[in-house]
Design a protein around this ligand. Sequence first.
Ligand SMILES: Nc1ncnc2c1ncn2[C@@H]1O[C@H](COP(=O)(O)OP(=O)(O)OP(=O)(O)O)[C@@H](O)[C@H]1O
Ligand SMILES: [Mg+2]
Length: 223
Amino acid sequence: MAVLTLKQINKYFGKDSARVHVLKDLDFSVDKGKLVLVLGPSGSGKSTFLTIAGGLQTPDKGSISINGQDMLKLTPKQRDNLRLNKIGFVLQNYSLVPYLTAMEQFQLVDRIKKEGNISSDALTQLLQQLDIYELKNKYPDQLSGGQRQRLAIARALYTQPEVVLADEPTAALDSERVKEVGKLLADLAHQGNKAIVIVTHDSRLQDFADDIYHLNDGVLEKG
Ligand SMILES: Nc1ncnc2c1ncn2[C@@H]1O[C@H](COP(=O)(O)OP(=O)(O)OP(=O)(O)O)[C@@H](O)[C@H]1O
Ligand SMILES: [Mg+2]
C-alpha cells in the first residue's frame, strides 16, 4: 500500500524572466517495506522534491498524501505533527545542533517527541551498527563528514518514522560504509516495513533499491 503519494507536482522558483520550472508534473508513490532511490544530477530538483514530499515546502500545483491524508489540506500545526510522528528526515546539511553532543541530539528529540522513540538499548545498538557509538559525547564539529552523516541517519531513525526521506545520505561515505548504510536502510525497509526514499547522485546505492527513478531537469521517470 502506498504510504506516500505525490500527484502532478509542479514547483517554480523566481519571478518573471528569472522564473525556473524546477519540478514538472511529477508523480511518485512509495509503498511500505520499500527502499526507493531517486537518482539525478546536481540541480535536477532532488532536494526540492524531497522537501515537498515531506511537507517542508509547498508545491505551486499538485497534491501530497500520507496514508491517504492530504497534506496540503492540514493546518500548519497538523502538518508539523504529521511530520514529527511519521517522517524521519536526513537533510543534505545534516541539520545537527552544533552545541549538543551526539547523544544530546537524541535527548533533544525526546523533548519534542516524548513517545514512540526507540529504547536506549536500541539506540546503543543503532549507533554501534553505524560505528559511531564511541563518539556519543562529541560535538558535531568534532566529527568527520561521514560520522556526521551517520549521526544524522541515526537521528532520523530514532523516532521510528513510517517514512524516511534522505537527501544524499551517503555523499561523504567511503564505499565500504555505503554498503553498510545501504544494507541498514534496506533491512529497515524490508524488516521494519518502512518506506524509505533516498535522493542522491550516488549510484553506489543502486544495489540496495527496490525501485529506481531518475530525475532530470525536474522530470521524474521510473526505471
Ligand atoms: N529556494 C530557492 N530559490 C530559488 N531557486 C531555487 C531554490 N531552491 C532550489 N532552487 C533551484 O532549483 C533547482 C533545483 O534545486 P535542488 O536543490 O532541488 O537540486 P538538487 O538536485 O538537490 O541539487 P544538488 O544535487 O546540488 O543538491 C536549482 O536550479 C536551484 O538553483
Ligand atoms: Mg540537493
